[in-house]
Design a protein around this ligand. Sequence first.
Ligand code: 5RP
Length: 219
Amino acid sequence: MNQDQLKEAVGRAAVEHVPRGCIVGVGTGSTVDRFIDALAADAGRVAAAVSSSERSTERLRAAGIRVLSANEVERLPVYIDGADEIDPRGCMIKGGGAALTREKIVADLAERFVCIADASKQVDRLGRFPLPVEVIPMASAQVARRLAALGGQPTLREGVVTDNGGHILDVRGLHIDDPLALEGEINQWPGVVTVGIFARHRAQLCLLGTSEGVKTLHF
Ligand code: 5RP
């Protein structure tokens, strides 16, 4: 199976983890696009969705799925999203698609985070994928200096403005030995909107697309 087929397989498998008739949290990215396609093929599976990006909202609506704002719900049974990296404890790097802030907000509403990913995203330690950090534009240089002081090499993602009007710094070269601690540290700097480490909101389950089929990892 090629990477697209793996994404399709995990997107389809994720539907089984969505309770019938519920409101589902929906992430962002090419793997989530396949999940939305699978939801669309199972008409009436969900009552509505809370989306983590304009991109997913558009796709959900095109599929005839009602989209609610995060302010309209108190709790979601499940949040389905992809990842750029996932470690053996279910901690992730996310934000390759620049949707990390809304992704963390929707993940925070959910009882369970189900990660859908192909096997290339599985790592022993986070940090090979450049860590995205969403920043308030006026603070980008200031935050970049602090990231450099931590040993990273931050670069501004050219031409990208997030759904929230933020900018993205992509940080290479960080050794993320303690994802929880680093998430907490970076998140408290003035000007940081969200860091793309998902340790506080790690996955409870990962549906991993491999050449032997979809593997279910529990964390
Ligand atoms: C978007 C994300 C995505 O989940 C992540 O980039 C994975 O995307 P894809 O499924 O296209 O590989 O965090 O902000």
